[in-house]
Design a protein around this ligand. Structure first.
Ligand SMILES: Nc1ncnc2c1ncn2[C@@H]1O[C@H](COP(=O)(O)OP(=O)(O)OP(=O)(O)O)[C@@H](O)[C@H]1O
Length: 908
C-alpha cells in the first residue's frame, strides 16, 4: 500500500484513517467516511483500484469537479475519466465498461440512467468500489440536498457484493444515518475524523458596506494577488459579486466571476482560468461551492453572512487544503440577518423551515461571537474542543477591548422586560432611542422611564450589545414561526435584581467590531490576516523564497505546455520542499514527499536542469538537508494564552521565538510588502514579552549585543539616576551602549528575569575585556562602570565590535531618538501606544517641534475625521525628517492602523 501511495501520489505516509479505510474497502466492507475538508478523503477511494486492479466508480455532484479530479489523476499516471453529457471523448463509455479506467467519475443523474448492461459488463471487467462523494447530498437534513442522490440506493441491486463508501466533510448524526440507510449499507465501517482545520485562521469583521469599506477590501485583495495567493470571495447575492468584481477591475486587478446567472460556458471558462492560475481571485456566489478542487487557495473571504454554518464550514474549507497556513475572513452586515425569509422560502415543510432557520441562526451567532471561533465551529459539529483559546482566530489573537457596560446592559434588559418580553429586538431598541412611532405610542411605551435614554448610541450598537447578552445567557432568544422574540432570561433577571437606577454591578463585555465602528462613526475594515502572508515562506531563507518563486514560474511553464493546472503538476508544499533541498539527481528528487513516478518520468529531467541552473544563478548549494521541522506544515500559529497582541506584533514574536529567525531577517522578510525597521521588530518582540509570550533571553541578548557586563552596568546606573527617563541612563553609560540594550535590561529587571544566561561579553558588548564568565558584583564595579557612573566612558577600553554581528547599531542613535526620545521609561515599558504623553515635544525657541513616532502620528490623526495630507503631517511633525515620517506611515499602513486615499491619511 505504501509503495502504491508513493508511486502514484508521491506521498511517503498515509494520513490518519486513510490506510484503515482503504483496507476495509479492499476487504469488501461498506464504509462511511466523515472527515474534514482537505483531510485526504479522495485518496481513500483512489488507492483501492490501483491495488485491486479494478475500477472504482465515483459519484460526484458536479461536472467541473469531476473534470478537475480527472485532470489531476492523469498527472499522476492514473487512468481516470468521467461520464457525462459534457464528455467529448466518444470512446469513454466503451472504455469504461470494459474496465480500462482505474477511477471512473459520473454524476448521480448519469449513474441512474446508465443501462443495466453497462453495469453488468463493468462487473465482469472488474469493479472494486462505488464511492459516493459529498454524500451528505443524499439527506434532506443535509445542507445541499440533491434529489438524484436519493436514487443511488437502486445501484445496490445492480452491483451486488460491491462495497459502497459514502464520503462527506459535514454530517450530523441524522445525516449520517440517512446516508447509511439510503445507500443500503450493511454494518458499515464508520470513520469520523476531527473537523478541526488546524492550518486555517478564522476571523470576522463587521462591514458597513460603504464605499470606503469596498476600497479597503479591494486593497486587501490586491495584496493577496500581488503575492500570487489564490483567493475566493464568496458573496450571498449576484449583485454583490458583480459589484466586487467591478471594483477589482477598476483597480486593475484581474479577477474571475462565477454565479448562477452566467451561461454555463462563461462559468466553465472562469473556473478553468482560476484553477490554472491565470488570475488569482475569484468572486463567486455559493454556486462555486463544492465544485472547486484547487488545493492551494490561501484566502477565502465571505462577503455577507452565509446561510448556514454548515455551508460556511464547507466554503471556507476550500481554503488551504494542501495544509499550508491560510485565512478565512467573514465580513457581515446586520442587514444580512434579515434574509431568513428568503432562505426559508426553499423549505417545503415546517420542520425543514425550522432546520434552515436554526442553521442560519448558528451562522449569525458565529458572526457575533466574542469567544473562540474554532471552538464554536467544532462544537457545533459535535466535536469537543478542549481549549478556550485556539490561538488561530481573531478572537483569540486580538485585543478584546473589554469595558464595563453595566449601565447600558441594565437599560436594555430593563427596557426589554418593561415592554413585556414578547417582541423582537427592534421595538425595545426603538424605545431606548426615543422613537415615537405609532406602534410605540399605541402601546404607550413612550411613557416608560427608559424612553429616549439610549439615543446617543445607534440602533445597531444596541443590537450588538443584545447579541452579547444573548451569547452570555442574560437574554434569551426564541423563535415562533419565523419570528424571533427576545426576553430577559434568569441570569438577566438576577442581574436586574441587583441593580438600581443609580447603581449597577460591573458587567465587563468586549466591544465587537460593529460596536466600535458605530461608536466612532468610522468604518471598521478587517485587518485581513496580514500577518499570515509571510507564513507561506516559513522556514525559507530569502534566497530560498526567491528560488521557490522561480520554481512556481517553472511549474507554470510545465502546466501550460501540458494543458493542465499548475497544482496538478505538483503541489505548493512539494515545490517548497524542492526549494529547500534543491536535489541534483533523479533519486534525490524522487525522495521528496509529493513527487510521484509519473511526475519524475515526465518532468523530472527538465526540472533537475532548472534546479541546477537556478541554484548556480542564486549561488545556492545543491542537495541541501532541511530539518524535518521546516518541512512539516504547521498550524497557522500557536499562541501562548494571549489575547492582546496585534497580529503583526504577535507574528514578529513568533518568527523570532518559534521559527528562530533573526531580527534582521524578520525586518526584511521576503513575504512582506516592504521591509520594516529592525527596531520596530525589537519593539514588537518586547511587547510580546510584556504580554506574557516566552522569550529566549539568552538568544535575544546575544542578538542585540547585550552582555552580562552591560546588564550589570545598567543596573548600577539605574541605582544612581533612576529609571524614569532613558536619556540620563544613556548619558551615564559608554556611548556604545544602545537604547535598545538599556530598554531590554530594564524590561528584564522589571520581569524579574535573571541575567545568568547572558553572554559574559567576549564577543559582544562594551564591557572591559573580561576573560572569565564572572559577573561583577554590585559593590565591585569595574573600570567601565566607574567611567560610566562618572559619565566618562573610556572608549579605548571597549572591544571593537560593539554591536557584534547585529546590524542594529548602525543608525541606532537616530532611530532610538525617534523611538524613545526623552520619554518616560514607565510609559515605554508599559507600551505607550496611543497615549497622548507618548508624543514628544522639544522646545526650540518658542516653537514646539514635534517628532513623529507611530503612536504620536496615530494620536494626531485621531483629531481629523477627514484625514490629513502628507504636507500637513510634515509640517506638524517638523522635528522628524520626511523619510522617517513616510517610513512610519508605511509601517502604519502595513499594520492596517491607517489607510491612504487620494494622498490623505486617515485612521483606520
Ligand atoms: N497521505 C497524504 N500525504 C500528503 N498529502 C496528502 C495525503 N493524502 C492527501 N493529501 C493531500 O491533501 C490534499 C487534500 O486531499 P483531498 O482532496 O483528498 O481532501 P478531501 O478530504 O477529499 O477534501 P474535500 O472534502 O475538500 O474534497 C490534497 O492536496 C492531497 O494531495
Amino acid at each position: 500500500m505504501e509503495s502504491t501511495l508513493k508511486e502514484y501520489f508521491g506521498f511517503s505516509k498515509f494520513r490518519p484513517y486513510q490506510k484503515e479505510i482503504v483496507e476495509k474497502i479492499l476487504d469488501g466492507k461498506d464504509s462511511l467516511v466523515v472527515m474534514a475538508t482537505g483531510s485526504g478523503k479522495s485518496l481513500c477511494y483512489q488507492v483501492p483500484p490501483l491495488i485491486a486492479k479494478k475500477t472504482t466508480v465515483v459519484i460526484s455532484p458536479l461536472i467541473s469537479l469531476m473534470q478537475d479530479q480527472v485532470m489531476a489523476l492523469k498527472q499522476r499516471g492514473i487512468r481516470a475519466e468521467y461520464l457525462s453529457s459534457a464528455q467529448t471523448n466518444r470512446s469513454a463509455h466503451g472504455n469504461a465498461e470494459s474496465g480500462q479506467y482505474d477511477v471512473l467519475y459520473m454524476t448521480p443523474e448519469k449513474a441512474c440512467v446508465l443501462t443495466t448492461s453497462f453495469w453488468s459488463r463493468l462487473l465482469i471487467s472488474g469493479i472494486c468500489l462505488l464511492a459516493v462523494d459529498e454524500a451528505h447530498c443524499i439527506s434532506e437534513w443535509g445542507h445541499d440536498f440533491r434529489v438524484e442522490y436519493k436514487q443511488l440506493g437502486r445501484l445496490r441491486d445492480v452491483l451486488p457484493n460491491v462495497p459502497f463508501v459514502g464520503l462527506t466533510a459535514t454530517a450530523t448524526e441524522k445525516v449520517r444515518s440517512d446516508i447509511i440507510s439510503s445507500l443500503k449499507m450493511k454494518n458499515p465501517h464508520v470513520t469520523i475524523g476531527s473537523f478541526d482545520r488546524e492550518n486555517l485562521f478564522y476571523g470576522v469583521k463587521y462591514s458597513d458596506r460603504s464605499s470606503a469599506f469596498m476600497d479597503e477590501l479591494v486593497k486587501e485583495i490586491s495584496k493577496y494577488t500581488n503575492s500570487r495567493s489564490s483567493t475566493i470571495v464568496y458573496c450571498t447575492t449576484v449583485k454583490d459579486a458583480e459589484q466586487i468584481f467591478k471594483s477589482l477591475n477598476e483597480e486593475g486587478i484581474e479577477a474571475g466571476i462565477y454565479h448562477g446567472q452566467m451561461s454555463n460556458k462563461a462559468r466553465e471558462e472562469s473556473h478553468r482560468a482560476f484553477i490554472r492560475d491565470e488570475f488569482y481571485v475569484m468572486v463567486a456566489t455559493i454556486a462555486f461551492g463544492m465544485g472547486i478542487d484547487k488545493p492551494n487557495i490561501r484566502h477565502v473571504i465571505h462577503y455577507g453572512c452565509p446561510k448556514s454554518l454548515e455551508s460556511y464550514y464547507q466554503e471556507s474549507g476550500r481554503c488551504g487544503r494542501d495544509g499550508i497556513p491560510s485565512t478565512c475572513w467573514l465580513y457581515y452586515a446586520r442587514s444580512d440577518f434579515a434574509k431568513a425569509d428568503f432562505y426559508c422560502s426553499e423549505a417545503r415543510t415546517a420542520e425543514q423551515r425550522k432546520a434552515i432557520m436554526e442553521s442560519f441562526m448558528a451562522a449569525q451567532r458565529y458572526c457575533m461571537l466574542t469567544t473562540c471561533r474554532r471552538k464554536y465551529l467544532l462544537e457545533y459539529f459535535g466535536e469537543k474542543y478542549g481549549s478556550v483559546n485556539c490561538g488561530t482566530c481573531d478572537n483569540c489573537t486580538n485585543s478584546k477591548n473589554e469595558s464595563d457596560m453595566s449601565r447600558e446592559a441594565f437599560l436594555l434588559m430593563a427596557c426589554i422586560k418593561s415592554c413585556g418580553g414578547h417582541w423582537g429586538l427592534n421595538l425595545p431598541v426603538d424605545v431606548l432611542r426615543g422613537s415615537r412611532s405609532k406602534k410605540i405610542l399605541d402601546a404607550q411605551f413612550d411613557k416608560l422611564p427608559f424612553h429616549g435614554l439610549g439615543k446617543e448610541m445607534p440602533a445597531n450598537w444596541w443590537k450588538a450589545l443584545a447579541d452579547q447578552l444573548i451569547s452570555r445567557d442574560y437574554l434569551v432568544e426564541t423563535f415562533r414561526d419565523m419570528y424571533k422574540t427576545v426576553r430577559v432570561g434568569p441570569k438577566g433577571v438576577d442581574f436586574l435584581n441587583s441593580c438600581s437606577p443609580d447603581h449597577q454591578p460591573p458587567l465587563y463585555l468586549p466591544s465587537t467590531s460593529e460596536m466600535v465602528g458605530d461608536k466612532k462613526g468610522t468604518d471598521v475594515v478587517g485587518d485581513a490576516g496580514d500577518g499570515f502572508a509571510p507564513l507561506k515562506f516559513e522556514g525559507l531563507s530569502q534566497a530560498e523564497a526567491q528560488f521557490y518563486k522561480m520554481l512556481v514560474e517553472e511549474r507554470m511553464k510545465i502546466a501550460k505546455k501540458t494543458g493542465t493546472a499548475p497544482y496538478a503538476v505538483c503541489g505548493d508544499q512539494t515545490l517548497r520542499r524542492i526549494a529547500l533541498t534543491r536535489p541534483s539527481t533523479r533519486a534525490r528528487l524522487a525522495n521528496i514527499d509529493g513527487v510521484n513516478q509519473h511526475f519524475l518520468n515526465t518532468h523530472g529531467d527538465c526540472l533537475l536542469q532548472s534546479i541546477q541552473h537556478l541554484s548556480k544563478e542564486m549561488n545556492l548549494a545543491l542537495d541541501g538537508e532541511p530539518n524535518t521541522e521546516t518541512l512539516t506544515p504547521r498550524k497557522v500559529i500557536t499562541v501562548p494564552n494571549n489575547k492582546r497582541l496585534l497580529p503583526a506584533k504577535f507574528e514578529a514574536w513568533k518568527m523570532w521565538q518559534e521559527d528562530g529567525l533573526t531580527v534582521h531577517k524578520i525586518a526584511n522578510f521576503p513575504g512582506r510588502a516592504a521591509p520594516i525597521k529592525e527596531n520596530t521588530v525589537i519593539e514588537y518582540i518586547l511587547e510580546a514579552a510584556r504580554e506574557g509570550c516566552a522569550i529566549d533571553w539568552t538568544r535575544f541578548c546575544e542578538e542585540i549585543g547585550l552582555t552580562q557586563q552591560i546588564f550589570t552596568n545598567v543596573q548600577h546606573v539605574v541605582l544612581k539616576v533612576g529609571k524614569e527617563k532613558l536619556k540620563p541612563i544613556k548619558t551615564e553609560l559608554p556611548e556604545e551602549v544602545t537604547y535598545t540594550q538599556i530598554k531590554v535590561c530594564l524590561l528584564m529587571q522589571e520581569m524579574g528575569t535573571s541575567a545568568e544566561g547572558i553572554s559574559s561579553g567576549h564577543h559582544h558588548g562594551c564591557g572591559v575585556d573580561r576573560s572569565s564568565n564572572e559577573v561583577p558584583k554590585l559593590s565591585e564595579g569595574s573600570d567601565l562602570l566607574c567611567h560610566a557612573v562618572e559619565g566618562r566612558p573610556n572608549r579605548e577600553s571597549l572591544v571593537d565590535n560593539v554591536n557584534g554581528g547585529s546590524s542594529l547599531g548602525k543608525s541606532e542613535d537616530a532611530v532610538s531618538d525617534l523611538l524613545f526620545g526623552s520619554e518616560n521609561t514607565e510609559q515605554l515599558l508599559s507600551g505607550a501606544d496611543g497615549s497622548p504623553n507618548s508624543r514628544k515635544r522639544q522646545k526650540v525657541g518658542q516653537i514646539a517641534v514635534v517628532e513623529a513616532t507611530e503612536s504620536s502620528i496615530l494620536h494626531w490623526l485621531e483629531n481629523f475625521d477627514d484625514g490629513v495630507s502628507l504636507s500637513d503631517l510634515l509640517e506638524h511633525f517638523s522635528g522628524s525628517k520626511e523619510e522617517a515620517i513616510v517610513d512610519l506611515l508605511n509601517n502604519l499602513e502595513g499594520e492596517f492602523s491607517i489607510f491612504r486615499k487620494n494622498d490623505v491619511y486617515k485612521l483606520m
